[in-house]
Write a protein that binds this ligand. Structure first.
Ligand SMILES: Cc1cc2nc3c(=O)[nH]c(=O)nc-3n(C[C@H](O)[C@H](O)[C@H](O)COP(=O)(O)OP(=O)(O)OC[C@H]3O[C@@H](n4cnc5c(N)ncnc54)[C@H](O)[C@@H]3O)c2cc1C
Length: 482
């Protein structure tokens, strides 16, 4: 039987294409990849399992795909080779100021586990994203302005390399690998099995949400961007323009939401100031009761669902977290707040008049800056320290399988949106890749850091064993590093 030698030696489980459980085992967050048939899916239970899989795949010439939480927009954590799934390597242990995280741990579980351990970590704004992809790519969340990127707080990591060895990397051990593992992108240098993260001391915070009429969208988007950049580091916020299905009376709606680490009075004043800058009032404004970090983030990420309910549908008896449909997206990092005409152009590319039946569209902005911008751009592989916002669009269709014209339609909307983003862009973020990227995507993602990243690739994975469509190349970039 295929892979019998591997199965016999794994502490975890191996699922083959003709076996029960394979339909679930091959899933990512996005349903688009459900048709890909991996060689097998290995649910690794230990670092030794990961090393076994790497050696097995190398010896047999099988491709290997590293999977944490399966949220890669472009499907980089699956393929026709062996999928190394890390979801069972999900421990969370606080040891003084450091938290040891299994690379497969999802945000919602890390928050929950740390609730009783008195410490917390920087997470993103989606509950089931795993540490493996989040931290290797950078890691942006509502705590980023105050405490930096998730990866800025990685003190060390354990990595299984292409030759099957396991190393610990830190500022003093394998420093180049340590540098590359913080923002150079997952699935490129090795399989991280565990991160050691400097935890944050943020016992309490306050969640908030305001909804605004779509007619005021240009003013709100312009005001929000200025407000978010000018605001204190204690403010973590996103803005999303939602399609009519989410707004009152079937109209699109603008949602500004986030968390505030400072006193509530300052948050209320700040929200008043946002309305003043926009010159209009929100349809609704909710400031939640100040609470423990884990509770507030859980409420923001999962609403009233329990931890078990918040998991991705299919992954547990109670799990009801939604999966994402066929999507075409375009995302860029921008270095300053958009002017009013630029906001109008961004919204024009989102234009609800372009809506086709069954199609969804989202314009998403996350505020950056603050502590993330106070780190030199060469200090970690994440280069774009000048970025103040992540801005982008998702165009989705739930019935793409039944509508042969849908993919081309969504692609053309994403291309149009990409044009609107270009004048503002200062780079791209590897964890929010666009469906279509320019030829020089390495520079887009990594700026000047790409040269060192290629050198690290050559040193640690000279045969390019760990690769996907946009993993760093091993070729020298210039005469300087050849
Ligand atoms: C709905 C949604 C919301 C998101 N929100 C945020 C957000 O708020 N902030 C933010 O910064 N990002 C966000 N992201 C992007 C997210 O951080 C990336 O997609 C991330 O790479 C996902 O990690 P994963 O392990 O869940 O995904 P996977 O698909 O499993 O992995 C993503 C990439 O990392 C590699 N990888 C995974 N685990 C490891 C490992 N242990 N060692 C080495 N490589 C590994 C994979 O091979 C793949 O290339 C969001 C994504 C989605 C779909």
């Amino acid at each position: 039987m295929r892979a019998a030698a591997l199965r016999d030696r794994l502490d975890g489980d191996l699922v083959l294409p003709d076996e029960g459980g394979f339909a679930l085992a091959r899933q990512l967050q996005n349903t688009e990849y459900d048709t890909i048939e991996p060689y097998a899916v290995a649910y690794c239970a230990s670092e030794e399992d990961v090393a076994l899989c790497v050696r097995y795949a190398r010896e047999r010439g099988v491709r290997l795909h590293v999977r944490g939480g399966g949220h890669s927009f472009n499907g980089w954590s699956t393929g026709e080779g062996l999928v190394v799934d890390l979801s069972r390597m999900n421990h969370v242990v606080a040891e003084g100021p450091v938290v040891r995280l299994g690379a497969g741990v999802q945000s919602l579980d890390a928050l929950d586990a740390l609730r009783t351990q008195g410490r917390q970590i920087v997470t993103g704004t989606f509950p089931t994203v795993a540490a493996g992809g989040f931290l290797t790519g950078g890691g942006i969340g509502w705590q980023t302005r105050k405490f930096g990127l998730g990866s800025d707080r990685v003190a060390a990591a354990r990595v299984v390399l292409a030759d099957g060895r396991t190393v610990r990397c830190s500022p003093t051990e394998e420093p180049d690998l340590y540098w590359a593992s913080r923002g150079g992108g997952g699935g490129t240098f090795g399989v991280v099995t565990e991160f050691e993260v400097r935890s944050i001391d943020a016992p309490a915070l306050t969640g908030f949400e305001t909804l605004w009429a779509y007619d005021d969208a240009v003013e709100v988007l312009t005001a929000w961007q200025e407000w978010a950049v000018d605001g204190p580091d204690e403010l973590g916020t996103s803005l999303v323009v939602l399609p009519g299905m989410f707004g009152p009376g079937g109209r699109p709606v603008v949602r500004v939401w986030g968390v505030h680490l400072g006193p509530d009075e300052a948050l209320r004043d700040g929200l008043d100031e946002l309305a003043e800058r926009a010159g209009c009032k929100p349809l609704s404004r909710t400031v939640a009761v100040r609470g423990g970090y884990a509770e507030v983030m859980h409420e923001a990420l999962c609403g009233s669902k329990s931890v078990s309910q918040c998991r991705r549908t299919g992954t547990g008896p109670e799990a009801e977290g939604h999966r994402h449909p066929y999507t075409r997206q375009t995302y860029r990092l921008t270095a300053r707040a958009a002017t009013r005409p630029e906001s109008a152009a961004l919204l024009d590319a989102w234009d609800p008049a372009l809506d086709a039946a069954g199609q969804e569209r989202y314009l998403l902005c996350m505020a950056l800056g603050g502590a993330a911008s106070r780190v030199p751009s060469g200090a970690t592989a994440y280069a774009h320290r000048d970025a103040r916002f992540l801005v982008g669009y998702q165009f989705a269709c739930r019935e793409a399988g039944a509508d042969p014209a849908a993919p081309a339609r969504l692609t053309s909307l994403a291309d149009r949106a990409a044009d609107a983003l270009t004048p503002l862009a200062c780079g791209s973020y590897i964890n929010f890749p666009s469906s279509r990227v320019g030829e020089d995507w390495e520079t887009e993602y990594f700026g000047a850091n790409r040269t060192r990243l290629r050198a690290v690739k050559r040193a640690y994975d000279p045969e390019d064993f760990f690769r996907h469509a946009q993993s760093i190349s091993r070729a020298p970039t210039t005469e300087v590093d050849s």
